[in-house]
Design a protein around this ligand. Structure first.
Ligand code: NAD
Length: 324
């Protein structure tokens, strides 16, 4: 039986990944510093542990797993990674996790290891024109990520590549672009734009107003979780190491995203663009030429479909808090 370790199994993508792996018949060990907030983990074993600690990593990575998925990271949306207040923590914690895991995977003879990098590694200077960002895989250098979160991801990509080069580990490095869906963080400061907007719309009263950070003209693309996991599976089953973008090419502005969610809700709401100092780059969109060429993959469905499912789920969560 295929034996799999999922690091970050208590998180959004990790939680969905565990479900998918279990459906496929794998034996799964999950590890996270916290339980999953919204669902009981389907993992065969779920270990609560801090992966910044080497002795914890030695315990959870104690055998030559067929596959390891390294998704654990100290992360959040713009309100967490762009303010500067969390930089020391997120760099120290995520780098420690990655250093521990790759070394232990090598020592235990892990067959294949997946690393979740991010679109945040791309240089800020290529993402200033709202209608024409450059996020092609080869555009990383000269490096100038817009956050320390991005710098850590870039360091860890190189760390994983160095272990592949010097120790023969099979690595698969993906750069996720704004993955969203149900059972992800939707409040508390670490939520990302789609979840935050869904929450604001769900909480708003008919005829009211919702806040969108910045002038709302900044552009992004968003990928629904099921599409993301399909791409990850194809990637893991291929001979291609990456790094490769896993994202959508359907680029829209934040105001357009908010209008889409408002339309899904059926409410009449207006948008207030709140000036903030940490809205991130002006434009970001996945460039899928490489993944199409190497894996024949592209998202199958429009953004609106995934957004509808996500809005329904967040609205139900909001309703629970109101009724408590
Ligand atoms: P998430 O925050 O829901 O999941 C990350 C998990 O890591 C959390 O459950 C967290 O508790 C866990 N973790 C943090 N510190 C830990 C520690 N010291 N020990 C053990 N576990 C720890 O985020 P996600 O959206 O599921 O993202 C998964 C991965 O994908 C992350 O590495 C993230 O950087 C990357 N990524 C995600 C997106 C996205 O849009 N969701 C975009 C780019 C990259």
């Amino acid at each position: 039986m295929r034996k799999v370790l999922v690091c970050g199994a208590g998180g959004f993508i990790g939680g969905h990944l565990v479900k998918k792996l279990k459906k496929e018949g794998a034996w799964v060990r999950g590890v996270d510093i916290k339980e999953h907030e919204f669902a009981t983990s389907r993992a065969d074993e779920f270990i609560l542990g801090d992966l910044t600690r080497q002795n914890v990593v030695e315990k959870v990575l104690d055998q030559p797993f067929d596959e390891v998925y390294q998704l654990a990271a100290d992360m959040g949306g713009a309100g967490y990674i762009f303010t500067g207040e969390n930089d020391a923590n997120l760099m120290h914690n995520s780098a420690s996790i990655n250093l521990n895991i790759i070394q232990q995977a090598y020592l235990k003879g892990v067959r294949k290891i997946f690393y979740s990098s991010s679109a945040c590694i791309y240089p800020a200077y290529n993402q200033q024109d709202p209608s024409n960002p450059n996020c092609a895989e080869g555009s990383v250098y000269p490096a100038e990520p817009d956050s320390d979160y991005g710098w850590e991801k870039l360091f860890s990509e190189r760390l994983f590549q160095a272990f592949a080069r010097n120790h023969g580990l099979q690595v698969r490095i993906a750069r996720f672009h704004n993955v969203f869906g149900p059972e992800g963080t939707w409040a508390g400061g670490r939520e990302k734009a789609p979840a935050a907007i869904c929450r604001k719309v769900a909480e708003a009263e008919e005829g009211g107003q919702i806040e969108v950070w910045g002038d709302g003209l900044q552009t992004r693309s968003f990928l629904y979780i099921d599409e993301c996991l399909e791409a990850v599976e194809r990637f893991m089953n291929s001979n291609f190491e990456g790094p490769v973008n896993i994202g959508s090419e359907e680029m829209i502005s934040l105001n357009e995203l908010a209008k889409m969610v408002i339309a899904i809700s059926g409410k009449k709401l207006s948008i207030y663009n709140k000036p903030v100092s940490y809205e991130g780059v002006r434009a970001r969109c996945s460039d899928n030429r490489l993944i199409r060429e190497k894996l024949g993959w592209a998202p199958a469905k429009p953004l609106s479909e995934g957004l509808e499912k996500t809005y329904r789920w967040i609205a139900a969560e909001v309703a629970k808090t109101v009724s408590v």
